[in-house]
Design a protein around this ligand. Structure first.
Ligand SMILES: C[S@@+](CC[C@H](N)C(=O)[O-])C[C@H]1O[C@@H](n2cnc3c(N)ncnc32)[C@H](O)[C@@H]1O
Length: 227
């Protein structure tokens, strides 16, 4: 019991310092661009009373997913840039973030690349607040939808990003069925584990930094489906 308490305490302190270090890195890499500075400032004030980490206590109860699947974590801007650079992302792409949370990946794709981006999240507060930020920053090519990403039509997307480390096996298998609708050649990015399917081919894997620590980033290419 005491050992468990100290190990959780130690991990929390380590994570705090790790996050401070990564935020400083993000600051020096991106904040000369004032759009990222304003974005982070708005996000900070919008979530000052409801932390994204505790939102699932209030909104997670009656949703069709398990409580664990709503575990929150976030991407850094420099990680988003490294992932998107690696797949030659451009303003012609349409990115879908599966479980967009505060919307950082979606905002990054729009602000840095000028691309269209859609964030899907099952928790209404994330969708409302992200939509508000998009309208304040006058980002016209950004959209946030309150939607279960396991049932979505991906036929128009070119890049799909899934930070789904805590997804259940059932959710992964439902999502794989929906991903069949993605066009051939679409890039599908998953964290922590590759998506196993005969229509997905892993084309790269790299270790990258996220708010919870480092994770493997798998890039898959959508293949044609044998009939
Ligand atoms: C780890 S957070 C990722 C946040 C964001 N993509 C990022 O990388 O910064 C996962 C998000 O997925 C959402 N989520 C989990 N299951 C979902 C589902 N079936 N449909 C839509 N959103 C879901 C949660 O509400 C949470 O906001």
């Amino acid at each position: 019991m005491l050992l468990e308490f100290f190990s959780i305490f130690f991990i929390s302190i380590w994570n705090l310092f790790y996050n401070i270090f990564q935020k400083i890195k993000d600051f020096f890499l991106f904040f000369p661009d004032f759009r990222f500075f304003f974005l982070d400032l708005i996000l900070y004030f919008l979530y000052i009373r409801t932390s994204p980490f505790s939102l699932r206590y209030f909104e997670g109860k009656n949703l069709p997913v398990t409580y664990d699947e709503l575990t929150y974590g976030e991407i850094y801007y420099f990680t988003a840039r490294n992932i998107l650079k690696n797949i030659n992302f451009s303003s012609e792409d349409l990115l879908i973030d599966l479980g967009s949370g505060r919307g950082k990946m979606v905002f990054f794709a729009s602000i840095y690349y000028g691309a269209r981006a859609i964030g899907l999240d099952i928790m209404p507060t994330f969708v409302k607040k992200s939509s508000l930020v998009a309208s304040k920053l006058k980002l016209k090519k950004v959209e946030f939808l309150e939607q279960d990403f396991r049932n979505y039509d991906f036929s128009k997307s070119t890049v799909i990003y899934l930070a789904g480390t805590c997804l259940s096996d059932e959710s992964i298998s439902l999502l794989l069925k929906s991903l069949k609708s993605a066009p051939v050649g679409a890039k599908i990015i998953s964290l922590s584990y590759p998506l196993r399917s005969d229509f997905l081919n892993v084309i790269s894997k790299n270790k990258m930094s996220f708010s919870w620590g480092s994770s493997m980033v798998y890039v898959h290419e959508k293949l044609s489906i044998e009939k």
